[in-house]
Design a protein around this ligand. Structure first.
Ligand code: FES
Ligand code: FES
Length: 166
């Protein structure tokens, strides 16, 4: 839900959403991007910015379980929705199966792209717990990694899917 207000001449909306499982209400400018809301307003910095907009996937978050690019999504458009970032996945300091798989299968090197890959893969596994390699590659095709050859990333997602099947 949003309410419009004027603050110092700028139009802001009162944004209510569920962020990483907790309800929040913040006044955000109409044109504030979700990535700026997360990193600057909320202060969680796991979501990365890797390009000028919409090209690298580093900023991928889940909105109502579906991957979206936070760098081209307006924060105000998330009113009433569930937004999840990489910070949502670990449970009391314990990595999720997907995070563990990226670690164990060496799916991460410098790590800058990793939050985006993990969230894109998380979205895939929620709708399709047992994807084949083609489906994994298709789902992650919008994410770019400068360090790896992608093979280890694909293997990481496969390992997480196999673990959930066992
Ligand atoms: S930072 Fe969003 S796609 Fe690159
Ligand atoms: S691990 Fe470095 S950009 Fe992907």
């Amino acid at each position: 839900m949003t309410n419009t207000m004027m603050t110092g001449g700028a139009t802001k909306k009162l944004l209510q959403l569920t962020l990483n499982g907790k309800p929040r209400t913040d006044a955000v400018a109409d044109n504030m991007l979700l990535i700026d809301y997360l990193r600057e307003e909320v202060g969680i910095i796991g979501t990365k910015q890797g390009c000028d907009g919409g090209e690298c996937g580093a900023c991928t978050v889940l909105i109502d379980d579906t991957p979206h690019l936070a760098c081209i999504t307006l924060a105000a458009s998330c009113a009433g929705k569930r937004v999840e970032t990489i910070e949502a996945l670990a449970d009391q300091g314990r990595l999720s199966r997907l995070q563990r798989a990226f670690h164990e299968k060496l799916g991460t090197q410098c790590g800058y792209c990793t939050p985006g890959f993990v969230m894109a893969a998380e979205g895939l596994l929620r709708k399709n717990p047992h994807p084949d390699e083609t489906q994994i590659r298709e789902e992650l095709s919008g994410n770019i990694c400068r360090c790896t050859g992608y093979v280890k990333i694909i293997e990481s997602v496969q390992a997480a899917a196999e673990e959930s099947a066992s």
